[in-house]
Design a protein. Structure first.
Length: 199
């Protein structure tokens, strides 16, 4: 005659079963991305006594805004650029660096239905990224002033069978490319349009 299982053995078996179910639902490990930074580059010296860094962008006002899906938000990185590159070296005057837009949007794409949907892999979403910044600077001592505005954009579609990690990699690459483009544009336009204020 078989002995009845003890309460302890029953709880142990139940715990093992629950652990097994939990393990099946464990999400994939999130991949780590390198920091996007410009601290390694030389500063852009401005003949001003104060630099204000601010953002006018309001993500909450944008439909399908998905900046939180990026490893770092475009708005934060656009602000970080100014902190990394701009340096005040004057005794008078002010520069104001403003993030005008840092729009990141996920656009669902139309897909086939019925038998056609089962026969092919389609593009499910398009990710659009647009960053605009403005730098205004002036020094009353020299009477010089100027403004620089730069915009960079990126757009990428992704297939419906892409994994979460693959999507995150796409977003990181878009953001990294956009910030490198923005950096290159500002490096060229600041000396051109703010030449009397660059030291």
């Amino acid at each position: 005659m078989f002995a009845k299982p003890t309460r302890l053995a029953f709880l142990a078996a139940l715990g093992a079963a629950m652990f097994s179910l939990t393990a099946c639902n464990t999400p994939p490990d999130r991949q780590a991305f390198p920091d996007i930074t410009f601290q390694h580059l030389p500063p852009i010296n401005l003949d001003v006594a104060h630099i204000e860094i601010a953002s006018d962008y309001r993500a909450a006002d944008v439909q399908n805004e998905n900046s939180a899906d990026y490893p770092e938000t475009p708005e934060k990185l656009a602000l970080d650029w100014a902190r990394d590159r701009l340096k005040k070296v004057g005794s008078r005057g002010q520069a104001t660096y403003t993030v005008v837009e840092a729009r990141a949007v996920r656009v669902p794409l139309p897909r086939s239905s019925g038998i056609n949907a089962a026969l092919k892999t389609e593009q499910s979403d398009r990710y659009d990224l647009s960053i605009t910044v403005r730098l205004e600077a002036g020094n009353p001592l020299s009477g010089k002033s100027g403004t620089v505005t730069e915009t960079v954009t990126r757009s990428q579609t992704v297939p419906e069978n892409m994994t979460l990690n693959q999507r995150e990699a796409v977003l990181f690459n878009m953001l990294d490319a956009a910030m490198k483009d923005l950096n290159a544009r500002l490096e060229a336009s600041i000396p051109q349009y703010l030449a009397p204020l660059v030291r």
